[in-house]
Design a protein around this ligand. Structure first.
Ligand SMILES: [Fe+2]
Ligand SMILES: [Fe+2]
Length: 169
């Protein structure tokens, strides 16, 4: 993680230090997300955007950053075969609530925001400003990560092709 991201998150949300230095939380780096990303990277991106939005719209910056960091705290690797019952898009917010609350504590507002972040692929609709912000931020970040990942892959393929077939440069 970039140092400036860490510094911003910890400065604006004191609990982010505890979260971002917890080996249990850092294991999210091993959980893939959106093809080219991982869950740690994705959660940090969502937290940064949530913090930015909260600052501009007079929201609770610390709480918004916290839900950004914790909204996908589920350790099931959906790309691998697993015996977890149900569909990932439905159960991972509930697991994130369970894990986030057990490790760092979540208030009711934060719990409800995480619960509906997959809306409309969720039974619960966002019913607060923070919940709407998390739902939108999560989707915008996902699109950005997929596009950025595709760009990175195409750059790597191009470099490889130029190395093995210099005549196509
Ligand atoms: Fe999610
Ligand atoms: Fe997410």
């Amino acid at each position: 993680m970039k140092k400036e991201y860490y510094d911003y998150l910890v400065e604006r949300c004191p609990q982010a230090k505890e979260i971002l230095e917890d080996p249990q939380y850092l294991a999210l780096e091993k959980i893939p997300r959106h093809f080219y990303s991982n869950t740690l990277e994705h959660s940090v991106h969502v937290a940064l955007l949530m913090g930015w939005l909260a600052e501009r719209h007079h929201g609770d910056v610390a709480s918004c950053i916290k839900v950004g960091l914790l909204h996908d705290m589920c350790f099931v690797n959906y790309r691998e075969e697993n015996d977890h019952p149900g569909l990932y898009c439905f159960y991972h917010p509930e697991e994130a609530i369970e894990n986030g609350d057990a490790s760092y504590g979540l208030n009711e507002h934060e719990t409800l925001s995480i619960r509906c972040h997959m809306w409309p692929l969720a039974f619960h609709m966002p019913a607060s400003r923070m919940a709407v912000a998390l739902t939108l931020t999560d989707k915008v970040t996902a699109v950005y990560e997929v596009l950025y990942g595709m760009k990175r892959v195409s750059r790597t393929v191009r470099r490889f092709a130029e190395r093995v077939m210099p005549e196509f440069r």
